[in-house]
Design a protein around this ligand. Sequence first.
Ligand code: KG4
Ligand code: ZN
Length: 358
Amino acid sequence: MTEYDRRAGEKLAALRRGQAARVLAIETSCDETAAAVVENGRRVLSSAVHTQIPLHVPYGGVVPEIASRSHVQKIGPVVRHALEQAGLPLAELDAVAVTNGPGLVGALLVGLSYAKGLAYAAGLPFLGVHHIASHIAANYLTDPELEPPFTCLVVSGGHSHIIAVEDYDRYRLIGRTRDDAAGEAFDKVARVLGLPYPGGPNLEQLARSGDPMKYTFHSAFNEGDGFDFSFSGIKTAVVNRLHNARQAGEKIDPADLAASFQRTVVDILTEKAVRAALLEREKTGGKLALAGGVSANKALRGALEKRSAEAGVAFYCPAFEYCTDNAAMVGAAAYGKLREGRTDDFSLNAVPYLSIET
Ligand code: KG4
Ligand code: ZN
């Protein structure tokens, strides 16, 4: 047995005896460098996020090479900041958790390597966390009473899923996008409308002054009774509408286009998510949660809240600060594994297309 095994083993034994688990969590899957300290998966002792958005704005999207280099520069200061804010030295923590997929491989490797080094040096148990599981777990930070099983709509820049959350670390896929993720569609339409990166929040802002009923974008696929989504056709319909108007010299208000596109996507997500929550009602008691970067969208939050109430389903969504990428949600998800004594060894790799189903 190595010195590391002995020290990490002692920490795990203390957790089994019921001692509180204070986890240092690290997130570098895309364009945010984040670290947090979370107690028992619910209480945030600190949360530090450094966003790279200004670095990527000139390119209109995330440049993977630039993202990795920025993570290398910022990971040290961000982790130090999180530890200082929590007022805890490394030795008093109980585990180090890190996102190991899905995400940009170079970006993931920065956080993963840093977390391994830190865990090894401090003699702390180490574990990898799925990025989508983290987004889902952001709900545990906001709603202390929320417990699995529940249905969750996960909408981010890379993923759009309806997931049955069967337990803290057990998931079943109900539906998924066949092409673009919802956030990706927001970003692409925003770009066509001439809005800067990141498109989603900028498009939402523009949509506020537009007429959501001005244009209709039909999508036969989404109008079916399945649970999979398709957003690529809607994005193309918006682009075509804009091009046709320009060619015909017709004046088109970009705010109306943004509002109509947003309404279309929100309607599709809401209809399918609430229907899935009703399908699962016997198992879950009728609970629907929202997660992922697009959960910051007020139109989506509002529509889900309204439709859930009408359907008699309890609706949960994370506080705004935990909607887009952060490390507090990683600490929340890590607890789901840690409470079962599940840790990883240092051979754990970054997996860009990691599946959430076990
Ligand atoms: O979860 P996230 O921070 O990163 C990924 O894991 O992908 O999600 C980022 C995505 C981007 O596509 C961004 O445009 C979108 O979430 N997003 C929004 C809003 N805020 C972020 N989309 C629509 N409305 C928003 N307010
Ligand atoms: Zn994310």
